[in-house]
Design a protein. Structure first.
Length: 336
């Protein structure tokens, strides 16, 4: 079956240009229009019925693109998904959840069938291969995440770099001089996932600014991995007194591991985290944390899409400032 992308390739234009020729939504030069129409005729392209209908009305469906790759924390992802779905329903839209790792091909497939009015895209990488297509689509999109180059995109997220900095600054104010970041699983960093990279950037910048010794340790999401990382940290940083955790799944196992190794929290070791408030407050030792505002991020992403669908301007980048709550897991560094 001939697709709109085949027509675009044959005519030497973008898929969105072909869509504009078909729908008449935007003015297209006569020369380009003739070239596209000739390609349609030669290839025998037949627009999907949904695509033809879309020229006159909306589908009232949003796509939530969240590939469940290795290292993805599904419970955290679902918090964002629930917020997107709940907010979309307030605007009379349903949500199509796309979880396969299809990249650009998957986006093209959904757009070509005209199933959705707009897209929310998660698990954004610093240099995400989907970005050129998202810039070129005739369908609005919002990223939950901030790539290295955000020009021409709409991005909503927690300011993860500022969150990493806030955790270190809190420990520095309490007198801690040696700190470590226990981060996401290794594959998350290999993919250069934007939120994880930005936490590292903020953590490292704040540690350097305060003259602290620091180390970054990725950690698989298992109690065994938490124990291994705890042992490695104490072996490599014997003066360690402050830890930042950006890996929800290992927060409690990591505290248990440190205490089994003879360090009391917070008497010997202060722990901060970037995680949902409910988790941080519910642990045996309530953890000082920067909240993960999944509900607000998801709702803002959908609200931005609704404005874009109505032809209204939206900010290119919206970063929510970190909100830290001090709890029982941090204390002033004990003097030797």
């Amino acid at each position: 079956m001939v697709k709109i992308t085949d027509v675009a390739r044959h005519a030497g234009v973008s898929p969105s240009t072909v869509s504009y020729v078909l729908s008449g939504k935007r003015p297209i030069s006569e020369e380009t229009r003739r070239r596209v129409e000739e390609s349609i005729r030669l290839l025998g392209y037949r627009p999907h019925a949904g695509a033809q209908a879309l020229a006159g009305r909306r589908s009232n469906v949003l796509a939530l693109v969240v590939p469940l790759r290795g290292g993805v924390d599904v419970p955290v992802v679902m918090r964002f998904a629930v917020s997107v779905v709940t907010t979309a329903r307030r605007y009379g839209h349903d949500v199509l959840l796309l979880t396969q790792e299809e990249g650009e091909q998957g986006l093209r497939r959904v757009v070509d069938t005209a199933l959705v009015d707009a897209l929310v895209v998660m698990d954004v990488q610093l240099h995400d291969p989907r970005l050129p297509l998202l810039r070129d689509l005739d369908r609005p999109s919002v990223l939950i995440g901030l790539p290295a180059e955000s020009e021409g995109l709409t991005c909503v997220d927690l300011d993860f770099q500022a969150a990493g900095e806030a955790c270190v600054e809190h420990l520095a104010r309490l007198g801690h001089r040696a700190v470590a970041l226990v981060g996401s699983p290794p594959e998350v960093y290999v993919r250069q996932t934007a939120f994880a990279q930005r936490v590292v950037r903020g953590f490292t910048a704040a540690a350097d600014r305060n003259g602290l010794s620091s180390a970054v340790h990725p950690c698989d999401a298992s109690p065994e991995a938490a124990r291994t990382v705890a042992e490695q940290l104490l072996r490599e940083q014997p003066a360690l007194t402050g830890v930042v955790v950006h890996n929800e799944a290992v927060l409690e196992p990591l505290i248990d591991a440190f205490e089994q190794l003879g360090l009391r929290v917070p008497g010997d070791l202060s722990v901060t985290a970037i995680c949902p408030d409910e988790l941080a407050a519910s642990l045996r030792v309530p953890v000082t944390s920067v909240a993960l505002p999944s509900e607000e991020v998801g709702s803002r992403a959908v609200e931005s899409l609704m404005r874009k669908l109505d032809g209204k301007a939206v900010p290119e980048t919206t970063l929510l400032p970190p909100r830290m709550t001090a709890r029982a897991s941090t204390a002033r560094r004990a003097l030797a």
